[in-house]
Structures are given as C-alpha cells and as structure tokens.
Design a protein around this ligand. Structure first.
Ligand code: FES
Length: 151
C-alpha cells in the first residue's frame, strides 16, 4: 500500500467514525429531551355573563363545553365530551337531550345516561365569576348537575 492509498483509507475511516459519533450523539440528546404534551389550560375565562343568552345552551367548541343560562337559576357548564370514547356530544333543543354521534349514547338535560353505551353521566364543571366580572370555568373541579352560579 502506498502512502496516497493509505491516507485516502484513513480519511474515509475518520469520516465514518465522525458520522457514527454524530448520529449517536443525536440519539442520546433526543433521549434526554422528554416528550411533553402541552395541554390547554383547564381553568379559563369564557367571557362576560351578558355574552350568553337565556334559552338553549351556548356551545364553545374549543373548550368542548356547553354553557347554560337559565332565568332565576343562573349559569351551569356541562362537558361536551362523551364518557364512552370521548366524542363531542350535541345538545338538541327539540328533546332537551345530548346525543353522541359516534355510538348513539343519549344523555338527559342533567347529563345522566339515558341510553348507552356511555358508562356514566356527563361532567359538570365549576363556573365562577372573576373580579373583572367574567365567567371562569374550571375543568379540574366537577360539580353536581344542580350546581348554579347566580350573577
Ligand atoms: S363516544 Fe359517545 S357513544 Fe361512543
């Protein structure tokens, strides 16, 4: 083997070695960085009481909640997430019931299961009034369906 051939094999070997080190280092760094899911906040403002009409509930798609406002009773907030497999339920004023489009579960206006396969009632969340007069929903705090906020 002459000197030129020796140097070209040596260079190729060094390139291969450096490539291996870089790939391994990348894998180690990726391993050290955790997979983190950034969930939206579970407690959030939804607006002023006047933003919500009496009558049929207001559906907030991003938060997946229904906001009910009843005269002489106040505000209540129901989850729009079906307790079967998590589809978004729809409230129909024609029968005052929540219907799940995925597998046909039906919940009455209190969120109780009337027709499966949903295993349990819809959740109701605490709603409070903030100092600046807005409504705040806390999905970490479930309340009974008869919970109301009078504003
Ligand atoms: S997800 Fe609602 S019934 Fe299956």
């Amino acid at each position: 083997m002459n000197r030129r051939k020796f140097l070209s094999w040596g260079t190729a070997g060094m390139v291969a070695l450096c490539s291996g080190v870089v790939v391994s280092l990348g894998a180690v760094i990726r391993f050290l960085v955790p997979d983190v899911f950034y969930e939206p906040p579970q407690s959030f403002k939804i607006g002023n009481p006047a933003d919500f009409p009496y009558g049929p509930p207001t559906f907030l798609a991003d938060e997946k909640i229904y906001v009910f406002r009843e005269r002489d009773k106040g505000f209540s907030v129901a989850s729009a997430v079906c307790t079967h497999l998590g589809c978004t339920v729809k409230f129909f004023t024609s029968d005052n019931r929540f219907h799940c489009p995925c597998h046909g579960s039906v919940f009455n206006e209190n969120g109780s299961v009337e027709h499966g396969p949903a295993p349990r009632a819809l959740n109701w969340f605490e709603v409070t009034e903030t100092r600046d007069g807005q409504l705040r929903v806390d999905k970490n705090k479930t309340v009974p369906p008869n919970y109301r906020l009078m504003v």
